[in-house]
Design a protein around this ligand. Structure first.
Ligand code: PXL
Length: 282
């Protein structure tokens, strides 16, 4: 098998265990080359820290991509996360058209919200722009909050299957090929992910911790991309990413003082084992 090279576009939060500081190690551990296009540089992420710095790198994008084109550099997939500005989203669509291989996947984590609220600095205009990006994607990975912002549905912490089905059909209508909705649980001690692929719905349910951690969405999406690029099915990649994220949360919860991110690092060998297991059973 030819080794895969992907491009991930998201911010560098220098401290905070999210976005690129999570995506790079996780995708690399999966044996996949990870190239980066940083959307912004922040001293920390924006959830819980105050007074962080923010340098928007939007205007660096066109010249970086032109250089790659001159060097004939292209990618097997482009995976986007937290983006720095609405204008940047137009550039990201252009990047996807210019340097993704014709067979290259477009994977969008609309990282903009959690727990019923948009992250600091995002507004309705950003939500609309992210929806345009999602409409062009092969795979989107929203959590329930992001799904609600994109579909106009009310955010709920307790819901039934009818609510989730309506959310899913509205997400599918946005236009991405496959939808992976994260953080869906119908019982207090359970959560899971729903994959909707070619109209077929599959649910992977697993244990839920009462309190989540910041940055789980980035850990999940990065592990999903790494697993998918190993040739696994979308469902198997979604399942492995869930098991890895769960193990990482469990490990993080042993350290009561660690509030700002997921301690995924010591769980990387488990991710590699999960990938090996899945590949040997194919
Ligand atoms: O984990 C998502 C994320 C990524 N990047 C930045 C963030 C957040 C969430 O708060 O603030 C800068």
């Amino acid at each position: 098998m030819t080794d895969k090279r992907i491009l991930t576009i998201q911010d560098i939060s220098c401290v905070g265990q999210c976005s690129l500081t999570v995506a790079l190690p996780i995708i690399s551990a999966c044996g996949v080359e990870a190239s980066v296009l940083p959307s912004a540089v922040l001293s920390t992420h924006t959830s819980g820290f105050t007074g962080y710095t923010f340098r928007d790198l939007t205007e660096d994008i066109p010249s970086i991509v032109s250089h790659w084109e001159k060097e004939n550099i292209d990618f097997d997939a482009i995976y986007t996360g937290y983006l720095g500005s609405t204008k940047q989203i137009d550039y990201v669509i252009d990047v996807m058209n210019r340097v993704n291989k014709p067979t290259g996947l477009k994977i969008v984590d609309p990282a903009m919200a959690d727990h019923g609220e948009l992250y600091a600095g995002f507004d309705d205009t950003y939500v609309k722009a992210i929806m345009t990006l999602c409409s062009k994607a092969d795979i989107i990975i929203p959590n329930i909050t992001e799904a609600c912002f994109m579909t106009g549905m009310d955010f709920k912490t307790e819901y039934d299957r009818a609510y989730i089905d309506e959310l899913l059909s509205k997400l599918v209508a946005i236009g991405a090929g496959t939808v992976i909705l994260t953080g869906v649980g119908y019982q207090p001690e359970k959560t899971g992910v729903i994959v909707v692929e070619d109209g077929k719905e599959s649910y992977y349910e697993h244990k839920r911790f009462a309190e989540g951690c910041h940055g789980t969405g980035d850990v999940y999406a990065s592990a999903f991309v790494g697993a998918l690029m190993n040739g696994l099915s979308i469902y198997d990649a979604a399942r492995i990413a869930a098991d890895f994220t769960l193990a990482s949360i469990e490990h993080t919860k042993k350290d009561a003082d660690h509030w700002y991110g997921v301690k995924f690092e010591k769980m990387l060998p488990k991710l590699i084992d999960l990938l090996d297991e899945a590949q040997s059973s194919v």
